[in-house]
Design a protein around this ligand. Structure first.
Ligand code: MN
Length: 228
């Protein structure tokens, strides 16, 4: 039996709707600028610059319903996203086989230290300090494909203190779920437990302490996240 020099970190596990079992997380991938209107609001031309990938850490996922305003930033943004959770993986997965790797879907947030991200962008540096910080990915329960099928249309909405700030539709995703999985699998070996955040519609904006975020994806649920 393997003997460790110190106790290993716990396995990150997410709740599954109507199940006592938990979803053990392996990796977290995110797609950037996957909704044209959001790419434009961030100053980019979606016709010239296709979406792209970055990563967060598995333990950035947080189902607690609380978001702790992070250190070292004065401009933290919400980004409402649908998460795709995998039960299988591989490399070079064809698009027409990609949905067979999906376990389920969840409502999530890609919280972003926008000021730090912008500074890193300007310097041509990686984005980790803007994206992959503690508790930066609030997430709801995972709904299995048996429960919800494969959501590919329907509203994705974020309310800030009761006011609608983001109102998009899954049909606006530039790369659809099968394309995202297929593209990613060319560059990484995907596996069961991987979670992919599929991008955010237009309307991203700042949060402050004591704000309340409500995020919904049609066919899934509404999650509430308190900013502390
Ligand atoms: Mn995002």
């Amino acid at each position: 039996m393997t003997s460790f020099a110190f106790s290993p970190s716990p396995i990150i596990a997410l709740p599954i709707a109507d199940s006592k079992k938990m979803f053990p997380v392996r990796r977290v991938y995110c797609i950037g600028r996957n909704y044209a209107a959001h790419a434009i609001e961030m100053g980019h031309n979606p016709d010239k610059e296709p979406p792209f990938f970055f990563q967060k850490n598995s333990n950035n996922l947080d189902p607690s319903g609380e978001f702790i305003y992070p250190t070292e930033s004065n401009e933290v943004h919400f980004e409402a996203e649908m998460a795709v959770c995998l039960k299988a993986g591989g490399t070079n997965i064809p698009e027409n086989d990609a949905l067979n790797t999906v376990f389920g879907y969840a409502v999530s947030l890609d919280m972003t230290r926008r000021d730090l991200q912008a500074a890193q962008k300007n310097l041509g540096r990686p984005w980790e300090i803007g994206k992959a910080f503690e508790r930066s990915a609030p997430i709801g329960k995972i709904y299995t494909t048996k429960q919800v099928g494969h959501p590919n249309s329907g509203a994705i909405v974020l309310k800030l203190n009761g006011q609608i700030k983001q109102s998009g539709d899954l049909t606006q995703m530039i790369w659809k779920t099968p394309e995202i999985i297929s593209y990613l699998s060319k560059y990484f070996m995907l596996a069961a437990g991987d979670v992919i955040l599929t991008g955010t519609p237009a309307g991203v904006g700042e949060v402050q302490k004591n704000d309340i975020l409500e995020v919904s994806v049609q066919g899934l649920e509404t999650i509430t996240v308190n900013v502390l």
